[in-house]
Design a protein around this ligand. Structure first.
Ligand code: ZN
Length: 196
């Protein structure tokens, strides 16, 4: 499968990654849909062309390093970095704060490509961007497999950062107090990894 031919939506459907039900998203909002990104991240046969497509898109920006957020981002970041021929580092939480551990470093000469598997609110990717800048490095772009829609655009304060997702999958989500599924008494599941 070449990177140009990859149909992310079909692959997600075929792999049972598009779940329907009542879900608490990592942002805390509720939704009737959820993307189980590990149906892609677990299989090199699909992760490889997905990562290649992201790498190809950002190659003109000449990233010097790939930065992602643990846990899912580690797999995607590594594979994108492999295609670009650069290192991959990842951000972890320490006392709730995003940090670089394990001796990972960024320098002011770095142009970091930030990658994220599924961008929903943009909160997680925003934390990685902030961390890159705190280390004095530049952000070459933000690459994602899936974006869940318009909320990210408003969350992204700096329009100067090129953003590219392979698939746009607009998401309906609700505050808990306004969730029609809660009102209907539907049991909720918590498939996200952010607070794990
Ligand atoms: Zn609900």
């Amino acid at each position: 499968m070449s990177a140009e031919e990859i149909d992310v939506r079909s692959e997600l459907m075929r792999r049972g990654a598009l779940l329907e039900g009542h879900f608490r998203l990592s942002s805390g909002r509720h939704s009737d849909r959820f993307v189980q990104k590990f149906r892609i991240l677990e299989d090199p046969a699909i992760l490889e062309p997905v990562a290649r497509a992201i790498a190809q898109h950002f190659r003109p920006q000449r990233p010097t390093i790939v930065v992602s957020a643990a846990v899912g981002g580690i797999l995607l970041g590594y594979e994108v970095a492999r295609h670009l021929g650069v290192k991959a580092v990842f951000v972890e939480k320490e006392d709730g704060e995003p940090v670089l551990r394990r001796g990972f470093s960024l320098s002011p000469s770095d142009r970091a490509l930030v990658v994220e598997d599924v961008v929903t609110t943009g909160l997680s990717v925003g934390e990685v961007v902030d961390l890159v800048r705190r280390h004095g490095a530049n952000v070459a772009g933000i690459g994602a497999i899936v974006t869940r829609g318009s909320s990210f655009d408003t969350a992204q304060d700096d329009k100067a950062i090129p953003f590219h997702a392979l698939l746009e999958l607009p998401l309906q989500s609700y505050e808990k107090s306004e969730c029609p599924l809660c009102r209907a008494g539907e049991p909720i599941s918590d498939p996200g990894s952010r607070r794990a």
